[in-house]
Design a protein around this ligand. Structure first.
Ligand SMILES: Cc1ncc(C[n+]2csc(CCOP(=O)(O)OP(=O)(O)O)c2C)c(N)n1
Ligand code: SF4
Ligand SMILES: [Mg+2]
Length: 283
């Protein structure tokens, strides 16, 4: 058995054959096995969507939450037990529509979790509605005359929110994806990993071929940017219209400290403290 299979619970994914999320699942498992993170110290949390199925295939403390709420759950798990490696996962609809408020504030809070978004620029599970990442003019069953508003730029959102690690990948570039996920997990702070992960069933525009034509791998660029510079990272994302793969920004916050662990707090309230609290809350 390959080492990465130790992170599989043996359940066969129900994704369409060829879905980009297969590669994300495999990359995550390889990254975890390379980093030798014990299953018992791992928690994988997901929201609702095709992408959200990923937590159901992992051998870990997995939690398949509700739509758009993956980050509050993941932060709660990390606050309760900071010793766990916490991986939050979900789709572009989950993270950038219903969950967008949580995204900005999780970036700002900078807790030590890794957030992996499988972006297919569409709502896959609900059969192909537009997402905030779908391009203007994109035609779907919910926008038969074309989407009227412009697309959100997730990396820019993360950078302006305060994420201390921002990287992008593509399901078709698995080797790079494994490296990025490893770096993200090792980074101490909020690591945002935005992965272009094609939906072969409902998105006939942003296909594997389309991404290969449009994506710009940072490792192939002659001019290297300063990855610790927020200004340079933002300029790069704007200049290249977000279509980058690789590490865009990493800057460890100086103020980063380990959160106090709730599981290590054995002391309960005394009767006097409880009565006092009760009085103050209810009278
Ligand atoms: C509170 C709530 N609102 C709406 C839905 C319906 N719903 C389920 S998945 C989904 C969007 C899925 O798109 P995305 O997050 O991009 O995931 P994908 O399926 O594309 O991987 C929606 C709107 C829901 N389950 N719960
Ligand atoms: S509908 Fe799209 S996103 Fe969902 S499993 Fe199929 S290919 Fe993947
Ligand atoms: Mg999606």
């Amino acid at each position: 058995m390959a080492k990465y299979q130790e992170y599989s619970n043996g359940i066969e994914p129900t994704w369409c054959k060829g879905c980009g999320d297969f590669s994300v699942l495999r990359s995550l498992q390889i990254a975890l096995s390379d980093l030798e993170i014990p299953n018992k110290n791992l928690s994988v949390v997901s929201g609702i969507g095709c992408s959200g199925r990923i937590s159901g295939y992992m051998k870990s403390y997995s939690f398949h939450g509700i739509h758009g709420r993956v980050l509050p759950v993941a932060q709660g798990i990390k606050a309760a037990n900071p010793k766990l490696t916490v991986i939050a996962t979900g789709g572009d609809g989950d993270g950038f529509a219903i969950g967008s408020g949580h995204f900005i504030h999780a970036a700002k809070r900078d807790m030590d979790i890794t957030y992996i978004v499988m972006d297919n620029q569409i709502y896959g599970l609900t059969k192909g509605h537009t997402s905030p990442i779908s391009e203007k003019g994109f035609k779907t069953s919910s926008t038969p005359y074309g989407k009227e508003d412009t697309a959100l730029e997730p990396a820019l959102l993360a950078l302006s929110g305060g994420a201390s690690f921002v990287a992008q990948g593509f399901s078709g570039y698995q080797e790079e994806l494994v490296d990025i996920i490893k770096e993200g997990i090792q980074h101490k702070g909020f690591s945002f990993i935005h992965i272009y992960s094609p939906c072969i069933t409902f998105n006939k525009i942003n296909t594997y071929q389309w991404y290969r034509q449009h994506l710009i791998p940072l490792k192939d660029q002659n001019k290297k940017h300063d990855k610790s510079s927020l200004k340079e990272a933002m300029e790069l994302v704007v200049d290249k219209e977000g279509m980058l793969t690789g590490l865009i920004y990493q800057n460890q916050r100086k103020s980063e400290t380990d959160a106090p662990s709730l599981v290590d707090q054995t002391r309960a309230l005394s009767k006097e403290e409880f009565d006092d609290l009760f009085q103050r809350l209810y009278i």
